[in-house]
Design a protein around this ligand. Structure first.
Ligand code: HEM
Length: 498
C-alpha cells in the first residue's frame, strides 16, 4: 500500500514539476515589473497560495511600494500585473480593445464556453440594451420597482405586530433583488415564480463554481473538466420551460402587429427580442442571454446591499438622517425615480459602501492581446492579465480623508453636493472603481443605483434593524481578490416604532 502511495506521490510531483516548468517557460516576460511576494519557479506557487488568502494585504503592500506604477503578483496559472494611480488607470481606460481586452479578460476568468456560452461574451449585444433601454426606462418602470421591493420585503420577512424577527440577511436580500430585478427583466407573474427565482439566483453561483474549478486546472485539462462540470445546458433547458411560451406569444404578436403592438410589455425580454439578430433570436439563446443578465445583476447588487445593511444595523446613529431625507423627499415628490435621484444621503451611504467594500480588491480586468507599453515605459507583453488595485486606491488617505473610516455621508456634504454629478454613486473615475471605469464600466449601474437606493429608502422608513444581541458587523469572507459580506449572518427586523 505504502509503495502505491509513494509511487502516486512521485507521479503527481513529476506532473506538477513539468507543469510548473512549462508555465515558467511559457509565461510572458514580466521581468522588468517588480514582484510582490516570492517570485521564483516554485516559490511563486507559495505566493499564489498566499494571494488566495491574503490578497488584500498583498495588494496593499504593492500599492504602498509602487503607487503610480506597475507591480506583479503570482496566480496559480498566470501572473497578475497590477497598476495604480490615475495616470495609468486612464491609460487602461483609453487602451483599444485589440490591445487590452476586457472581453478576453472576462473570457479567461469566466470560462464562458462552459458557463455562460461563448456568444454571450463575444457578441455582447445585451450590454448596450442594459445601458440604453434599461436605463432610459427607469422612470417608467419605477412604480413596478418600488411595488416589488415593498411586496418582496413583506413576503420574505413576514413580521407580526411590533415584534423583532431574525432573518438570514444575504438570503433575504438576494430574494428581494432577484424579484425586483426580474419585475423589470421579465415582468409579472414570472418574477414571483419560485422555480424561476431559484434558477436565476442559483445560476450565478454555478457559473462562479464551475469557472473557479476549471481555473484550478491547466488549460489542456479545461475541456474535460468543463464538460464534466458544466450546468449550462441544464439551466438553459430549465429556463426555457418558463420563457418559451412567453417568447412565442410575444413573437406571434410581433409578427401580427409589428414591433410596437399595443400592450407590448416594456421589459428586458422585449428589448432583447427587438435587438437580437440571426441565431440570437432563438428561444434557447434568448434564455441564455436572460440567465447572463441575471448573473451580472443579482449577486453583485445583493453583496453590496448586504454590506450596506450591515453598516446600518451596526450603527443606529445613521438611521435618523436617512429617514429624515427619505420622508421629506417622498412627501414632496411621492415614490418616483425623481425622488430617488434627489436622495443625496441615501446615495452617499451606498457609494461609501461601494468605496469601502466593493465586490473585489481589484477592478478593470483586461488581458493584453498584443504587447502594450504604458507611458512610463512599462511593457505588458501579450498574454498578461492586467488589473487595477481598486481596494488600496479606495483606502488612500491622499484621495479620501480618513480613508479607513466608514463615513456614510462623506459624499453628501455641501461641498460635495456642489460638484453634484461627479459625486454620485454611478459616476466612475480613476479613484472610484467599484463599477470599473470607461467604456467597459458596468452598464447596469444606473439600474443598480435606483434599485438599491429604493431598497435602502424603503427599509429606513419601514423597519428598525439591528444585529442579534446588539452584535457588531460580522467579518467579511474573502477568497483571492473577491470580497463578500458574511452570507450566513442574521439581521433582526421589526416594524418601525414611530
Ligand atoms: C452594485 C451592483 C453592481 C456592481 C458593483 C457591478 C460591478 C461591475 C463591474 C466591476 C464590472 C466590470 C467592469 C470593468 O471590467 O471595467 C461589471 C460589468 C458588467 N455589469 Fe455590473 N455591477 C453591478 C450591477 C449590475 C447590474 C444590476 C447589471 C444588469 C442589469 C449589471 C450588468 C453588467 C454587465 C452586463 C457587465 C459586463 C459589461 C461588458 O461585458 O462590457 N451589473 N459590473
Amino acid at each position: 500500500m505504502l509503495q502505491y502511495v509513494s509511487l502516486l506521490s512521485c507521479a503527481l510531483f513529476t506532473l506538477f514539476l513539468s507543469f510548473a516548468i512549462s508555465r515558467y517557460l511559457r509565461r510572458p516576460n514580466l521581468d522588468s515589473i517588480p514582484t510582490v511576494g516570492p517570485g521564483g519557479l516554485l516559490t511563486s506557487y507559495w505566493g499564489a497560495l498566499v494571494f488566495l488568502f491574503h490578497a488584500r494585504e498583498t495588494l496593499q503592500k504593492g500599492y504602498t511600494n509602487y503607487k503610480g506604477m506597475a507591480f506583479k503578483v503570482p496566480g496559480l496559472f498566470y501572473w497578475n500585473v497590477i497598476l495604480s494611480g490615475p495616470k495609468l488607470v486612464e491609460e487602461i481606460r483609453k487602451a483599444p480593445e485589440d490591445y487590452l481586452s476586457a472581453r478576453e479578460g472576462f473570457s479567461d476568468i469566466l470560462k464562458p464556453k462552459y458557463t455562460l456560452g461563448h456568444e454571450t461574451i463575444h457578441n455582447p449585444y445585451h450590454v448596450s440594451v442594459i445601458l440604453t433601454q434599461l436605463t432610459r426606462n427607469l422612470a417608467a418602470r419605477f412604480p413596478d420597482i418600488i411595488d416589488e421591493i415593498k411586496t418582496s420585503f413583506d413576503d420574505n420577512i413576514q413580521l407580526v405586530d411590533y415584534e423583532w424577527k431574525s432573518v438570514p440577511a444575504y438570503e433575504t436580500i438576494v430574494r428581494v433583488v432577484c424579484r425586483t430585478s426580474n419585475r423589470v427583466f421579465v415582468g409579472l407573474p414570472l418574477c414571483r415564480d419560485p422555480d424561476w427565482n431559484d434558477l436565476v439566483s442559483g445560476f450565478a453561483l454555478d457559473v462562479v463554481k464551475v469557472a473557479v474549478t476549471i481555473g484550478l486546472f491547466p488549460d489542456f485539462v479545461a475541456p474535460f473538466v468543463g464538460r464534466l462540470l458544466s450546468n449550462l445546458p441544464r439551466s438553459v433547458r430549465r429556463g426555457m420551460k418558463h420563457l418559451q411560451p412567453i417568447i412565442e406569444e410575444r413573437q406571434k404578436n410581433l409578427d401580427e402587429y409589428g414591433s410596437d403592438w399595443d400592450e407590448k410589455p416594456n421589459d428586458m425580454l422585449s428589448w432583447l427580442m427587438d435587438e437580437a439578430e440571426g441565431e440570437e433570436c432563438s428561444v434557447q439563446n434568448l434564455t441564455r442571454r436572460m440567465l447572463t443578465i441575471n448573473f451580472s445583476a443579482i449577486h453583485t447588487s445583493s453583496i453590496n446591499f448586504t454590506h450596506a445593511l450591515f453598516y446600518l444595523a451596526a450603527n443606529p446613529q445613521y438611521v435618523e438622517p436617512l429617514r429624515e431625507e427619505v420622508e421629506a423627499t417622498i412627501e414632496e415628490e411621492g415614490w418616483s425615480k425623481n425622488a430617488i435621484a434627489k436622495m443625496r444621503k441615501v446615495d452617499s451611504f451606498l457609494k461609501e459602501t461601494l468605496r469601502f467594500e466593493g465586490l473585489s480588491f481589484v477592478s478593470m480586468l483586461r488581458k493584453a492581446v498584443k504587447d502594450f507599453t504604458f507611458s512610463d515605459g512599462t511593457l505588458v507583453p501579450a498574454g498578461s492579465m492586467v488589473s487595477v488595485a481598486s481596494f488600496p486606491t479606495h483606502r488612500d488617505n491622499e484621495t479620501y480623508e480618513n480613508a479607513d473610516v466608514f463615513d456614510p455621508f462623506r459624499f453628501a456634504n455641501e461641498k460635495q453636493v456642489k460638484e453634484q454629478a461627479c459625486q454620485q454613486m454611478v459616476s466612475t473615475n480613476p479613484e472610484f472603481l467599484t463599477f470599473g471605469h470607461g467604456k467597459n464600466a458596468c452598464p447596469g449601474r444606473f439600474f443598480a443605483a435606483t434599485e438599491l437606493k429604493a431598497m435602502l429608502a424603503h427599509i429606513v422608513v419601514t423597519y428598525d434593524v439591528k444585529f442579534e444581541n446588539k452584535g457588531l458587523r460580522p467579518a467579511n469572507i474573502t477568497f483571492g481578490a473577491a470580497n463578500s459580506p458574511n452570507t450566513k449572518a442574521k439581521i433582526m427586523f421589526r416594524k418601525r416604532v414611530v
